[in-house]
Design a protein around this ligand. Structure first.
Ligand code: NAP
Length: 484
């Protein structure tokens, strides 16, 4: 049921940075799984490009190893990997120099979709875009895929947009936020706009508040240097959490089409009020008994970068006036999980009396692990002894409900790459969206810097700093539990 597959048009996909971490962990195994699913045409070409001297055979070995290590299709027939690898090629190219470009140009074919995935650091985007044009690899139908981080602030995002715009039209640029490729995120739209049940209640009259949590158990790992210049606000809130906020809060678009959806998301970002700094909690994970803390991980004993942030924000429009949105994300927390919870208001009057108990309905949308949804419904506690109310979950795991195991649900990258080939930009960020998101987050970060604010330490394995709990507590609410 999950695997109704519509093959895409024939294509040449060039992955700049094809030997890098992202390509090995996500892009290449994802392409292989789509190949197993029968979605990739037999004569498609996947061309890795980087500076090292791999050659076709060396790169095929790297791809084979990546597929085996990071999850190939479980149900692939024997020999499928070998067939897939015949589609895989490699060209040695330096983004900053002229070597290799003519060879790459010679490998591309006329009359097929051409897509160029920039899986390299953002400092190379401009050089790649320019050479794709000057060496005649890209035309007006080609697509370029760019990875996060898309800028460091509004100024750098604008500069990046301007550079790409010199060489490509907006319709050719696919800015990836892999959260948008998750099955549940698209299901959020299906649930909202495909059912009569929820949308009439989806406003400040019925919704008490909304919580969006992206919790990680991992520390900054090998990315300490990058992360310390970024922090949770830039690394997670400006992109992933804001995209989720947009989808949950936007007005129904007239059609499920790229600009119709992205126009509505942009309106949400533009309607966000500036955040009062009393409504933000910032934290940094501390050392525990056997693990060093954040500052040791990033190698700066005085680092003021946050590994956790929680904030309350408001959307000033008719639908959401008065409904707070609480956003929270951090590393080294007690559990790993991403969730959006829509907490509905209490029923206006309890006919059963206060002693029966009251529960408000919560629609929880789980992005990971175990993508799915839970709706908390109030029922009578079974048995004699009067009317006592309890809250029971109507629980739907997508993998279970669709009769497939979780591994068969396509990964976000798989879906998004196929959308690039199909030319569907609905699940990609438009340039103005990215700039609007930075315009909202920049003043928050500037405020921290101006005030010299130091994030509060929090225990590894906790739910974050005390300030985050207080942010809710002051409003008479509480965060949903982050499950260990
Ligand atoms: P990485 O492991 O450092 O890989 C970088 C790749 O770029 C390598 O293949 C490298 O190969 C190639 N490269 C570097 N300089 C080049 C040049 N001048 N010309 C041509 N190729 C060059 O980085 P990554 O982790 O894969 O990240 C790639 C991009 O994705 C970054 O923008 C990152 O922020 C973003 N991203 C990564 C992840 C992730 O999980 N890794 C997640 C989200 C976003 P050579 O050195 O051989 O040239």
């Amino acid at each position: 049921m999950v695997s109704r597959v519509i093959p895409v048009d024939n294509f040449d996909l060039v992955i700049f940075g094809g030997t890098g971490d992202l390509a090995r962990r996500k892009i290449l195994p994802g392409l292989f799984r789509r190949y197993c699913a029968g979605q990739i045409p037999e004569d498609a070409q996947i061309i890795g490009a980087a500076r090292s001297d791999e050659g076709d055979e060396g790169f095929r070995k790297l791809v084979g190893d990546a597929v085996r290590e990071f999850g190939g299709g479980r149900h692939c027939e024997d020999g499928t990997l070998e067939n897939f690898l015949e589609r895989v090629k490699y060209v040695r190219v330096d983004a900053m120099g002229d070597d290799g470009w003519e060879e790459l140009q010679g490998r591309l074919r006329l009359g097929v979709v051409k897509a160029f995935y920039f899986s390299v650091g953002p400092s190379l985007f401009g050089a790649l875009a320019e050479r794709l044009r000057s060496f005649g690899l890209a035309d007006d139908d080609s697509r370029v895929v760019v990875e996060k981080p898309f800028g460091h602030d509004l100024e750098t995002a604008r500069a990046l947009n301007a550079t790409l715009a010199q060489h490509f039209k907006e319709e050719q640029i696919y800015r990836i936020d892999h959260y948008l490729g998750k099955e549940t995120v698209q299901n959020l739209m299906a649930v909202r706009f495909g059912n009569m049940l929820f949308e009439p209640l989806w406003n400040s009259q019925y919704v008490d508040h909304i919580q969006i949590t992206v919790a990680e158990t991992v520390d900054v790992g090998g990315r300490g240097g990058y992360y310390d210049k970024s922090g949770a606000m830039r690394d997670m809130v400006q992109n992933h959490l804001m995209q989720l906020l947009c989808l949950i809060a936007m007005e129904p678009p007239a059609r499920f089409e790229p600009d119709a959806v992205r126009d509505e998301k942009l309106k949400v970002i533009r309607a966000l009020d500036p955040v009062d700094y009393h409504h933000i909690a910032r934290g940094q994970y501390a050392a525990d008994d056997d693990q060093p803390g954040y500052r040791v991980h990033v190698g700066d004993p005085r680092s003021k970068t946050e590994s956790f942030v929680a904030l309350k924000c408001h959307i000033s429009n008719w639908r959401w006036a008065g409904t707070p949105f609480y956003l929270r994300t951090g590393k080294k927390l007690r559990g790993r999980g991403s969730e959006i919870a829509v907490v509905f208001k209490d029923a206006p009057h309890s006919i059963f009396g206060d002693e029966a108990g009251r529960h408000n309905n919560i629609l929880a949308i789980r992005l990971q692990p175990d993508e799915g949804m839970t709706l908390g419904v109030t029922i009578k506690e079974p048995g004699p002894g009067g009317m006592r109310l309890i809250d029971v979950p109507l629980d739907m795991s997508f993998a279970e409900a669709l009769g497939a195991e979780a591994e068969d649900v396509p990964d976000a990258y798989e879906r998004l790459i196929m959308d690039v080939i199909r030319g569907n930009q609905t699940l990609f960020m438009r340039g103005d969206e990215v700039e609007a998101a930075w315009a909202w987050t920049d003043p928050i970060i500037e405020g921290w810097n101006r005030r010299g604010e130091v994030p509060k330490p929090y225990d590894a394995g906790s739910s974050g700093p005390e300030d985050a709990l207080m942010l809710m507590h002051r409003d008479g609410r509480k965060w949903r539990e982050i499950k260990a």
